[in-house]
Design a protein around this ligand. Structure first.
Ligand code: PAF
Length: 280
């Protein structure tokens, strides 16, 4: 597997592959790769001829400088993992390569980026759209694969692609979980042993809430999920919302959406974990 740091070298590789008539997939990541990322690469390679993976910790999407500072950086281990699943190339640029000057672009994709993460992490999605649009311009893939753990991120990126008229097809892939249900995340390594033991309660309670939905309103389900998770030591719900899958706007009754979806953010100690579940 080739590793590229410069845009020119990466583009020379991609263009040579494209000239052979091959379909190019792209998996953007911030590194600290785990089985969830590898599942995206495997899926991409089952549907396309080549898969480019980027590892870039994007400073513009962090609204908390300490989070950016402590974000795990494990490029060597990442490249070994990517080679093990036959990724075609790793693009690992420096910050100055992606942002030779400050990126002042703002993307107005409307309400989809304003709720939930948009409310609790102001500027986060604009930073995600800056880097993803920049990476799409560099790699020029046919399609790009994203994990559904970041459920709102996929909706925001789809809206961005429509806004800028990008031809890249966005493909959403299912969440990969540990055997005990915890959604895989690069942040899980920061959990203490005790926090790690409690964290799977998030998905256990979310899963149980699907049966409550039969007799309760969305608001009642929200209250019960919040109460039960907050009762677990180390866990504190930041928000839990039940929204329509497409618009991401909250619903008052189950009949308000053909595909209601629950999105949650929970602090487990100091570590912010996100997860989500379908109610349809
Ligand atoms: O989901 C992520 O890891 C990041 O938000 C992404 C899409 C790689 C952009 O930096």
């Amino acid at each position: 597997m080739n590793i590229y740091k410069s845009i020119e070298d990466l583009q020379a590789f991609v263009e040579a592959e494209r000239a052979k008539g091959l379909r190019i997939a792209f998996v953007p990541t911030m590194g600290a790769l785990h089985a969830g990322h590898l599942s995206l690469v495997r899926r991409a390679l089952s549907e396309c001829d080549r898969c480019i993976v980027s590892v870039f910790v994007n400073p513009t999407q962090f609204n908390d400088p300490r989070d950016l500072e402590t974000y795990p950086r494990t490029l060597e281990a990442d490249s070994t993992l990517l080679a093990s699943v036959s990724a075609s190339a790793l693009f690992a640029p420096e910050v100055s390569t992606i942002y030779p000057e400050e990126d002042t672009r703002t993307f107005d994709v409307g309400a989809v980026a304003e709720v939930m993460e948009g409310r609790y992490r102001p500027g986060h999605f604009n930073g995600v759209m800056q880097v993803v649009s920049r990476l799409f311009d560099i790699v020029r893939p046919d399609c790009a694969y994203f994990g559904e753990k970041d459920f709102q991120q996929i909706a925001v990126i789809r809206a961005m692609v429509r806004l800028i008229g990008s031809p890249v097809e966005i493909i959403a892939c299912p969440i990969v979980r540990e055997a005990d249900g915890l959604a895989l995340s690069s942040r899980n390594v920061r959990l203490s042993a005790e926090e790690r033991r409690e964290a799977p309660q998030i998905y256990r309670i979310l899963s149980e809430s699907r049966s409550w939905a039969k007799d309760m309103s969305p608001q009642q389900v929200i209250e019960r999920v919040t109460e039960q998770i907050n009762a677990v030591p180390h866990l504190r719900v930041e928000y839990f919302e039940i929204v329509d899958t497409d618009s991401l706007q909250p619903i008052a009754s189950w009949s308000d959406s053909p595909a209601p979806h629950g999105c949650i953010t929970v602090f487990c100690g100091e570590v912010r974990l996100i997860d989500n579940i379908a109610y349809h």
